[in-house]
Design a protein around this ligand. Structure first.
Ligand code: F6P
Length: 326
């Protein structure tokens, strides 16, 4: 997120605008914790991971919407660039859809996709997903090296919520034997078949195997469950070790791709806001990269482009897609 903020601030300033940074996302808008950003306030942000401005996952409602409207009016905010993930998109959509009730929300609102989950509409790649993927593959490579001399199966759990992007790409890049995805779920029949295959491979000389499991691939067949199942059924053929990669996936310096991607999208967003700044109907849009092209989509169309039910399940600790019985 830092490279995106840096590019947005500097392109905006260079075009003669005042740029205000909001601390901790929509919480900052509610609490009126905004700071003017100057050229040097983003110095060094081109290469740093995380989000210096801070983030939050709040989707404002009720009195919070009033507070946001007051902040926008008090600070004379003319346009809003939201850099963030699913909740940020929902929050921006909320403001957009409340325009009739809150005149302060009648300003250009543009969203820029930034989440390791890579689960946002209109874009094949969100900022951060490439950095997370690199961290995962690096970790899996090291895990694999640790096993050169022993007969082991590793179960590696990766993040991504209800989107299997990180798991699938990490599986392809690291040569995993099996990937469990939330889009497919896990059935008992899958596990039986995978166990038989694993046993067959180790019986015929395999020395090491990797299974990548997305954190929401199944509500019941968790990573510890898979670990225990494969360990028990592997018998003397192989041992099993689990590795839940956790927050190492969220950190680290952004990859060159992410830095460039962030800069490119941020510049386009600021240009779009400036160019559409005087439109009679203020724009409400989100940017995305699709088939090599950068395009803007209307916020009003966002719900149709999102699988909201999947995220709702994940927020309730519920999930996952039930695959039809085999
Ligand atoms: O949404 C990004 C994400 O990293 C998910 O992949 C993961 O499930 C979640 O955040 C972890 O959240 P927290 O950092 O609050 O534990």
């Amino acid at each position: 997120m830092n490279p995106a903020v840096r590019a947005a601030v500097r392109v905006g300033l260079a075009a003669g605008h005042e740029i205000i940074g909001i601390q901790n996302g929509f919480v900052g808008l509610i609490n009126n914790t905004l700071n003017p950003m100057d050229w040097m306030s983003v110095s060094g942000w081109a290469v740093t991971g995380g989000a210096e401005l801070g983030t939050s996952r709040i989707i404002p409602s009720g009195a919070e919407l009033y507070a946001i409207a007051r902040t926008l009016e008090a600070q004379k905010v003319d346009a809003l660039l939201m850099i963030g993930g699913w909740d940020g998109y929902q929050a921006a959509f909320k403001l957009h859809s409340e325009r009739a009730n809150f005149p302060a929300f009648n300003i250009p609102i543009v969203c820029l996709p930034a989440t390791i989950d890579n689960n946002l509409p209109g874009s094949e790649l969100s900022i951060g997903a490439d950095t997370a993927l690199n961290s995962i593959v690096e970790a899996v490579d090291k895990i694999k090296q640790s096993a050169v001399a022993s007969r082991r199966c590793f179960v590696v759990e990766v993040m991504g919520r209800d989107c299997g992007y990180l798991a699938l790409m990490a599986g392809l890049a690291s040569g995993a034997e099996r990937v469990y995805l939330p889009e497919e779920g896990i059935t008992l029949a899958d596990l039986q078949r995978d166990l038989m295959r694993m046993r067959h491979w180790f019986e015929h000389g395999k020395r090491m195997a990797v299974i990548i499991r997305n954190e929401h691939a199944s509500r019941m067949y968790t990573t510890p469950f898979l670990n225990a199942l494969f360990e028990e059924e592997g018998g003397d053929l192989f041992e099993v070790r689990q590795s839940i990669l956790g927050h190492l996936q969220q950190g680290g310096a952004p990859t060159p791709f992410d830095r460039i991607h962030a800069t490119r999208l941020a510049v386009k967003c600021v240009e779009r806001i400036i160019e559409a700044g005087h439109a009679r109907q203020p724009i409400g849009e989100f940017i995305g990269l699709s088939q090599g092209k950068v395009a803007f989509h209307r916020l009003a169309n966002m719900p149709q482009m999102m699988e909201v039910a999947a995220r709702a399940r994940s927020m309730n600790g519920g999930w996952t897609y039930a695959r039809s019985p085999m």
